[in-house]
Design a protein around this ligand. Structure first.
Ligand SMILES: [Zn+2]
Ligand SMILES: [Zn+2]
Length: 329
């Protein structure tokens, strides 16, 4: 059916642009005002204006005028915006695990519910077992139609390094590795078992050079392994590496969020949990207490304050004084 939308497409249209989600992350940190978003993210004003209005349009943020100041607006997360929290935690976890390096994660979350450091874990909501890439079966359905239909709405930054120019977080680092909507789709197809260039190309319908660039990027960043399966002429296949497999909760929480937004729309893109045979819906829980964390129950500690090449010396603005804490190192 022509008007069918896949959950991943629907989610990517709303928050697939990394800037949009970095603004969301600031909102989770308690930031509400234009100037604070701008300073913390080191983002161009026109880009910020554009993304804020899109987030309002998609119902993730609401814009409110302050009662006593008609000239100042605040942006607050809606219920739909708050519902992206599992996705935020998945992005953070992958960056913490694969990109933090010797300095450790730049942001540490404490789960007030149990008093421990919050380490997120992805479990299947039906069987409660931890989700891993090998136990997932993705039915791609009509993805080739929907991905092309929405191609005009792809937002691409030619400089993904800009995403990490503001407050250092694992979320911004992970998003700068994934890159853009095509990056998400390449990883999604790889998770679904697509391995060959021509297969990726037949589904995505993008320029061969664009696809080559995305695949090479993921090979360089270690998410995909390139293996020769034929030598004359040389042909390669692309398979998720350990770090590539570990990114599956990011894709699944995004997919689930898109699915919750579509409600009545039937979709043929479905995900099964092989371990229990049920449709897979991912829950993100705290490893220590097993409960799904809510933003209000989480305390944010900014450990590393300044991005490596950022020149600004003011600390990121947050709603609470606890938010910013200088690193000992
Ligand atoms: Zn299950
Ligand atoms: Zn906990």
């Amino acid at each position: 059916m022509a008007d069918e939308t896949s959950p991943l497409d629907s989610a990517l249209r709303a928050i697939g642009d990394p800037w949009s989600f970095l603004i969301q992350q600031e909102a989770f940190f308690g930031v509400r005002r234009f100037g604070d978003f701008q300073r913390n993210l080191n983002i161009a004003k026109n880009t910020l204006t554009d993304r804020l209005s899109l987030l309002v349009e998609f119902g993730l943020l609401e814009r409110k005028r302050l009662l006593d100041r008609s000239d100042i607006h605040e942006y607050r997360l809606t219920a739909r915006g708050l519902d992206t929290y599992p996705y935020a935690l998945s992005l953070m976890k992958w960056g913490d695990d694969w990109l933090a390096g010797k300095d450790g994660p730049p942001v540490i979350l404490s789960h007030k519910t149990c008093g421990r450091v919050l380490r997120p874990k992805a479990i299947c909501s039906a069987c409660k077992r931890e989700v891993n890439a090998e136990d997932i079966q993705i039915n791609l359905g009509n993805i080739a139609e929907t991905v092309r239909k929405d191609a005009a709405q792809v937002r691409v930054s030619s400089r993904p390094e800009l995403y990490t120019a503001g407050r250092p977080t694992s979320v911004s680092r992970t998003l700068s590795v994934i890159g853009d909507r095509w990056g998400f789709f390449v990883l999604w197809l790889a998770l679904a078992g697509v391995t060959k260039f021509e297969h990726f190309h037949s589904i995505l319908g993008i320029a061969r050079t664009t696809l080559t660039a995305r695949l090479n990027h993921f090979v360089e960043r270690g998410l995909l392994d390139r293996l020769e399966y034929q030598s004359r002429p040389p042909r390669h296949e692309y398979r998720l590496s350990e770090s590539g497999k570990a990114i599956c909760p990011v894709l699944l929480t995004l997919h689930d969020w898109g699915l919750r937004g579509l409600q009545k729309h039937a979709t043929r893109t479905s995900v099964l949990h092989r371990s229990c045979g049920q449709p897979l819906h991912v829950e993100i829980v705290c490893v220590a207490c097993g409960k799904p964390p809510l933003p209000k129950d989480v305390e944010v500690k900014q450990v590393h304050l300044v991005a490596p090449r950022a020149r600004k010396s003011r600390p990121p603005a947050t709603a609470s004084k606890k938010g910013a804490r200088r690193a000992k190192a």
